[in-house]
Design a protein around this ligand. Structure first.
Ligand code: SF4
Ligand code: SF4
Length: 270
């Protein structure tokens, strides 16, 4: 994130007006938001209610892997490798809890428990579904966070600010989708090629997909969407003419655990 001295002083000035320190002003804003607030980009992609459609007919395994790599590369998501470092003395059965994932693959029965149809949907059981934060309309993770480190924007994107996160992991317990990861150890040594334009995290904080808010603010599509060859689409649910609405009108879609009332906004064409 590049912030000039002049920008910094402007922010500091505003925060003085509101009785805050300059540091507090920075900490109030999520990655990408600060720049967006300083100089709103006229090219920014906007929506009244963002949603994503994943077209499983177009999502082969290679494409899914490419999406994951793109997301994790640009967001400095650490790769702790497999197996975990023996020096950490982690039971191999526990190694999953070390993993940091914003976008990942899962079998049908794990992604959509209770929706299995072993005979009718045999094809579905062979697919790897691409999962991410569902940017729920009624996100339980937001309700339980004591510091407001996670919050839902007006356009539906559920954000995460690692500076405010105190590592209590209430949000992880509340999310019924396993969409959040906790940094059990310093992730920085495990980032192969750091993207200098995006922040890194530290030990003891939670992270997850933010629908590439930093890219939307610059007029770019989310990285996973960009490399998905049309398998992933984002758009405005409130716009009847948007591509997501077109896809939802024309296809049968399912969502993850809709019965829980969190109202997930990632739809899967199966
Ligand atoms: S998927 Fe989980 S982390 Fe994402 S908004 Fe819903 S409850 Fe929160
Ligand atoms: S929208 Fe962005 S942050 Fe979320 S999974 Fe896709 S690439 Fe990752």
């Amino acid at each position: 994130m590049s912030i000039s001295r002049r920008d910094f002083l402007r922010i500091a000035g505003f925060s003085t007006l509101f009785g805050l320190g300059a540091k507090a002003a920075f900490e109030m804003l999520a990655p990408g938001e600060l720049e967006a607030k300083l100089a709103p980009n006229p090219k920014a992609l906007t929506a009244q209610r963002w949603a994503m459609v994943v077209d499983m007919r177009k999502l082969d395994d290679q494409t899914a892997q490419r999406c994951i790599e793109a997301c994790h590369r640009i967001h400095n998501v650490p790769d702790f490798g497999n197996p975990v470092n023996p020096e950490d003395q982690v039971n191999p059965q526990d190694q999953n809890r070390w993993e940091i994932k914003w976008l990942w693959k899962e079998k049908f029965e794990h992604a959509f428990p209770g929706q299995e149809q072993p005979y009718v949907a045999e094809r579905l059981h062979k697919l790897n579904f691409l999962l991410l934060c569902n940017h729920c309309n009624n996100p339980p993770c937001v309700r339980v966070c004591p510091t407001k480190a996670t919050w839902k924007r007006e356009d539906g994107v559920v954000m995460m600010d690692q500076h405010r996160c105190i590592g209590c992991r209430y949000c992880m317990a509340a999310c019924p989708y396993g969409a959040r990861s906790f940094n059990w150890r310093n992730p920085r040594p495990f980032i192969k090629n750091e993207n200098q334009t995006y922040p890194t995290r530290e030990i003891g904080v939670v992270e997850k997909c933010t629908l590439c808010a930093e890219r939307l603010a610059k007029g770019q599509l989310p990285a996973c969407v960009e490399v998905s060859n049309g398998a992933l689409t984002v758009g405005d649910l409130n716009d009847a003419k948007s591509k997501v609405r077109e896809l939802l009108r024309a296809n049968f879609t399912i969502r993850r655990k809709p019965q829980l009332g969190s109202n997930p906004q990632v739809y899967y064409i199966v």
